[in-house]
Design a binder for this molecule. Structure first.
Ligand SMILES: Nc1ncnc2c1ncn2[C@@H]1O[C@H](COP(=O)(O)OP(=O)(O)OP(=O)(O)O)[C@@H](O)[C@H]1O
Ligand SMILES: [Mg+2]
Length: 207
């Protein structure tokens, strides 16, 4: 039997990492086997590419270069780790995946969805997840929650504009890929969001 790939998506600070930690505790308590990885990264080579992408000294990096580096890291992770595990019937969770490229490079950086799809067609044959949990929380709310009252002051307006574009991109993707996207309302408490995630995974026959 083929395994399943479930991805977590959403804007910065919406609680993906926190929810993945809560999910891990749940899966452990139920004795459900899984493999967890993240993007960009997740393999030795991909983590090195991650360091290049996230290095603040690389401020001259072009949008095209960025899109190709994300796709490179993804190609390596998929072929080296994720695909073999899926072929082995395993359940794989990934903190961000192809939709992050669509939302960030395609929508927010303005390269367009079609361009990013072309790049990822070469990298991973546009291999799509079985299920994508989109943690839905507008960036302003996420930043407020994360940094408290002064979060808005520390964020440049251009920064906020960028994150709003990412968010609009995700909302669009949720419509385009409605068969695999589950929109999870992430505005409640951590426990409320966790319960929604467990219910969605059960409803879609993942756990
Ligand atoms: N439901 C919630 N209610 C209140 N605070 C929350 C909730 N979920 C997460 N947080 C807090 O919000 C912050 C960001 O959470 P987290 O690091 O899980 O986000 P993330 O989506 O993984 O972000 P990134 O994209 O930066 O990796 C943390 O301080 C976390 O404790
Ligand atoms: Mg995180």
């Amino acid at each position: 039997m083929k395994g399943k790939l479930v991805t977590f998506e959403g804007c910065e600070g919406v609680g993906k990492s926190k929810q993945i930690t809560l999910l891990q505790e749940y899966l452990k308590s139920k004795n459900i086997q899984y493999y967890l990885t993240r993007e960009p990264g997740g393999s030795k080579v991909s983590e090195k590419i991650r360091n290049i992408i996230l290095d603040k000294n690389n401020s001259t990096m072009t949008d095209e270069c960025e899109a190709l580096l994300y796709a490179s890291a993804r190609a390596q992770l998929l072929k080296e780790i994720v695909k073999p595990k899926l072929d082995n019937g395993e359940l794989v969770f990934c903190d961000r995946y192809i939709d992050s490229s669509f939302a960030y490079q395609g929508y927010a950086r303005g390269l367009g969805l079609e361009f990013v799809k072309r790049v990822n067609d070469y990298a991973v044959s546009n291999f799509m997840p079985d299920l994508t949990l989109f943690l839905n929380l507008p960036p302003e709310q996420a930043f407020k929650r994360k940094g408290g009252a002064d979060a808005g002051d520390r964020l440049e307006q251009s920064g906020m504009e960028f994150h709003n574009k990412v968010y609009q991109g995700y909302l669009d993707l949720a419509k385009i890929y409605k068969d695999r996207f589950v929109v999870i309302d992430a505005s409640g408490t951590k426990e409320q969001t966790h319960n929604k995630i467990i219910n969605a995974l059960k409803e879609h026959g993942i756990i």
